[in-house]
Design a protein around this ligand. Structure first.
Ligand SMILES: Nc1nc2c(ncn2[C@@H]2O[C@H](COP(=O)(O)OP(=O)(O)O)[C@@H](O)[C@H]2O)c(=O)[nH]1
Ligand SMILES: [Mg+2]
Length: 390
């Protein structure tokens, strides 16, 4: 079975602006996750993109992680081999995306199921909602049978009902319901009781694909509940309505507080990141050799005309906190800034803990791991509980 590695950014003309981000604003090559205590390339969780040809798999990967504009995907060549793409932007978000050329033949003698389904991660099955999806559902059933019934993989299964930009709201609901029911019936037939499958309505022409990918990636972050806790403590002590911890390059959110996410808030925060990066690219100090539009000084406050404030702060090289709050809550700006520093400290401690755990796991003292982890997790939580209550 052939593989092709892919690294760095999508090969477009250097510096060409696509969408809102400049093409050269990408994950920077000098970051070495292994040196930072992260997993080695082969141990990273995998996200497998599967589905029929032309369902939109390569487009999704290019748009979300390589800043390709949706219109450019019209010119994508069809994939002939499995393409492996390493995403190593921070210690929290590290995985490989495997883009498959079309339906894999489980009965092909060169097919190595351990190699493909062996590790943990997510299987994203992309279904084109604009065409007849009966053949896709039949293949999805085959795939689920293979993954869950035969190889007992710990992969989560995510179905992207894709290209819904061409459908009305009613049609979207109908397609969703129809697919959900078919998959439930199929799983029942296969004897799988608990439904390990989630459904998302997606399109590369709006933010839905980023939102769906955010949810998939979050399942791969072991520290998610700690991050959510830190966000909850931060917002409740600062009079903030909603907070997202964003991976700046891809604009997927790796965690949010426990209040429900509405698409408009998410879009607003994505747009704010675009504005900040664009302004920094155009007007920022560009020191020699340093073209980063996002650094330790990156922060921004935008007042909207509906008495709402958007607040963005840098958390680390790849992460930003973006919050939505009422204008009157911003009267206590000092409090919010102070609490943010406590929050940031907490996040850094979780990072350190993660690296320490990775180092301990590879050392010969397995019993030391839980105790050290418990101590440091408590310390991280403590950093934020010190946040001042308004
Ligand atoms: N309308 C619409 N077209 C899409 C969307 N995503 C991908 N496409 C188009 O679908 C076609 C096939 O995409 P591609 O990524 O090559 O599919 P793959 O074979 O599954 O990798 C391309 O012409 C894309 O522009 C979407 O969300 N909406
Ligand atoms: Mg493809």
């Amino acid at each position: 079975m052939a593989f092709e590695g892919e690294s760095g950014s999508f090969a477009g003309p250097p510096g060409m602006n696509v969408g809102s981000f400049p093409k050269d604003f990408d994950y920077q090559d000098e970051y070495d996750p292994e040196a930072a205590g992260g997993p080695s390339a082969d141990n990273k969780p995998r996200i497998l993109l599967m589905g029929l040809r032309r369902s939109g798999k390569s487009s999704i990967q290019k748009v979300v992680f390589h800043k390709m504009s949706p219109n450019e995907t019209l010119f994508l060549e069809s994939t002939s081999k499995i393409i492996r793409d390493d995403i190593s932007n921070s210690s929290f978000v590290q995985f490989q995306i495997w883009d498959f050329p079309g339906q894999i033949n489980f009965f092909d003698p060169t097919f190595d199921s351990d190699l493909i389904f062996g590790g943990c991660g997510a299987l994203i099955f992309v279904i084109d909602a604009q065409t007849d999806f009966t053949p896709s559902l039949a293949i999805l059933k085959e795939t689920l049978k293979f993954v869950y019934a035969e190889s007992h993989s710990c992969m989560s299964c995510e179905v992207f009902i894709h290209k819904v930009d061409g459908l009305s709201d009613d049609a979207k609901m109908e397609v969703n319901q129809q697919m959900y029911q078919t998959v439930i019936d199929d799983l029942e037939e296969l004897g799988i009781k608990h439904l390990p499958v989630s459904f998302y309505l997606t399109s590369i022409y709006d933010h839905s694909i980023f939102e769906a990918f955010s949810k998939v990636v979050q399942k791969l972050i072991p520290q998610l509940s700690t991050l959510e806790n830190l966000l909850n403590i931060f917002i409740s002590n600062s009079g903030i309505e909603k907070a997202f911890l964003f991976d700046v390059v891809s604009k997927i959110y790796i965690a949010t507080d426990s209040s429900p996410v509405d698409m408009q808030s998410y879009e607003l925060c994505c747009d704010m990141i675009d504005v900040v990066i664009d302004i920094s690219c155009i007007y920022g100090d560009e020191e020699e050799g340093d073209t980063s539009a996002f650094d330790q000084q990156s922060q921004s406050v935008i007042k909207l005309n509906n008495a709402t404030i958007l607040y963005l702060r840098e958390v680390n090289k790849f992460l930003a906190l973006v919050c939505i709050l009422r204008e009157d809550s911003y009267d206590r700006q000092g409090l919010i800034d102070y609490n943010f520093h406590c929050f940031r400290k907490g996040i850094h401690q979780v990072f350190e803990l993660r690296n320490k755990m990775a180092a301990l796991a590879s050392s010969a003292a397995p019993n030391a791991l839980p105790a050290a982890a418990a101590d440091d997790e408590a310390a991280a939580a403590n950093a934020t509980t010190k946040a001042v209550t308004s």
